[in-house]
Design a binder for this molecule. Structure first.
Ligand code: ATP
Length: 310
C-alpha cells in the first residue's frame, strides 16, 4: 500500500507546475504517510459499509500532561444511517470527541466499537479510507480551482466530471462559473491568483471532502463536519446543510454515520439526534422536539439564538 501511495503522489506532483503547488499537496497529504504506516499495523478488516453503527461506552479522554479529563463518561450510540449533531460551549470537548471517533486519538478509558468491533483493533488504513470530512482547520489549497477540489481523491485529481459532481454536491458550482478561467483559475492571492472569500474557501474544502464519495468506489463509513460552514452566513449554512445531508444520506443509504459539530441551531435541529456536551460530559441527548420538551440547556440555547436572529 505504501508503494502504491508513493507512486500516486509522485504522479500528482509531476503534474503540478510549481514547487509551491507541490508543497501544498504534500502538506495536505501528510496524513498519507500516517495512513501508510498504519497500514502495516495488523488489524481486523474495517467494514465496507456500516450495518449497526458506532458506539461509545464510558469513554474518557485526557490530553497528555493535562490535569483533568477533557471527556468522561461518554455513552453514545451513532446508528448507521443517522446524522448526529454535537453542540456545547467553546471548550466543551466537541472537537476532541470527533478526534476520538476518527481514531486520531485513542480513548484513555472505555471503548469505541464499529459494528461491534473495537475501533483500536481495526485495520487503521481501512478505517481512515472510510472517513470523509471537513474540519475546523480546513486547508486553503492555493492551486488551480479544479485541483484544490480534485486532491480530495488524489487518484482522480484531473477527473473533471468528478470534480464538477463534488462541486455540485457542495453547492459550490457558482464559485467556479464566476471565476475568469473556471476550473483552471489559479486561486490564492499569494500566487497572483483570485482570492476566494472565506465562505467560498470553505465550500471548496467541502467539495474536496466529497471527491471520494462522488466516485462511488469507496463509500464513507463516517462523515465528519466539524464546523464546516462557520464562514457561511446562517441562511447559506442552512441551505447547504439541508442539501448536503440529504444527498449524502441518499449516497450512503444506511452505510454511514454523519457527525456534525455546529454552533448554529437552525442547522443542528435537522439532525436525527443532538448531543449536548457540557464540560466534557453528555448533559442531554435526543431529537430537537424531545430536547425542547425537556426544556434544559439545549432549549435555552436554542431560544437565545432564535431571539438573536429575530
Ligand atoms: P470549540 O467550540 O471552541 O471548538 P470544543 O468543544 O471543540 O471547543 P475541544 O477543542 O474539544 O473543545 O477542547 C476541549 C478542551 O480540551 C479545552 O479545554 C481545550 O483547551 C483542551 N484541549 C484541546 N486540544 C488540546 C491539546 N492538544 N492539548 C491539551 N488540551 C487540549
Amino acid at each position: 500500500l505504501a508503494t502504491q501511495l508513493q507512486s500516486q503522489l509522485r504522479t500528482v506532483l509531476e503534474g503540478l507546475s510549481t514547487v509551491a503547488e507541490a508543497g501544498q499537496v504534500v502538506g495536505h497529504y501528510t496524513w498519507l504517510s500516517q495512513y501508510a504506516a498504519d497500514a502495516a499495523r495488523p488489524g481486523q478488516p474495517a467494514p465496507r459499509v456500516l450495518t449497526s453503527g458506532i458506539t461509545l461506552r464510558d469513554v474518557r479522554f485526557r490530553y497528555a500532561g493535562a490535569e483533568r479529563d477533557t471527556l468522561s463518561g461518554i455513552d453514545l450510540d451513532l446508528p448507521a444511517g443517522s446524522t448526529v449533531a454535537i453542540v456545547g460551549a467553546n471548550g466543551a470537548g466537541k472537537s476532541t470527541l470527533v478526534k476520538l471517533l476518527t481514531g486520531l486519538y485513542e480513548p484513555t478509558g472505555g471503548q469505541i466499537t464499529v459494528d461491534g468491533r473495537p475501533l483500536d483493533e481495526l485495520d487503521r488504513a481501512g478505517w481512515t479510507a472510510g472517513l470523509s470530512g471537513v474540519y475546523q482547520d480546513y486547508a486553503r489549497l492555493q492551486m488551480r480551482a479544479g485541483e484544490t477540489v480534485g486532491v480530495g481523491d488524489v487518484r482522480h485529481i484531473r477527473d473533471t466530471a468528478r470534480i464538477r459532481a463534488a462541486l455540485d454536491l457542495a453547492d459550490a458550482t457558482r464559485i467556479i462559473t464566476d471565476l475568469p478561467d473556471g476550473l483552471d483559475t489559479r486561486l490564492g492571492a499569494a500566487f497572483g491568483g483570485v482570492e476566494p472569500s472565506l465562505g467560498q474557501w470553505q465550500k471548496l474544502a467541502l467539495a474536496r471532502s466529497l471527491m471520494r464519495q462522488v466516485g462511488g468506489e469507496r463509500r464513507p463509513l463516517c462523515v465528519v463536519l466539524d464546523e464546516p460552514t462557520a464562514a457561511l452566513d446562517p441562511l447559506a449554512e442552512h441551505d447547504l446543510f439541508r442539501q448536503y445531508v440529504g444527498q449524502v444520506r441518499e449516497a450512503t443509504r444506511q452505510g454511514a454515520v454523519t457527525v456534525l459539530v455546529s454552533h448554529r441551531f437552525s442547522t443542528v435541529r435537522m439532525a436525527d439526534r443532538i448531543v449536548v456536551l457540557d464540560d466534557g460530559r453528555i448533559a442531554e441527548q435526543g431529537g430537537h422536539a424531545e430536547l425542547m420538551a425537556v426544556d434544559g440547556i439545549y432549549a435555552q440555547l436554542y431560544r437565545l439564538q432564535e431571539a438573536a436572529y429575530r
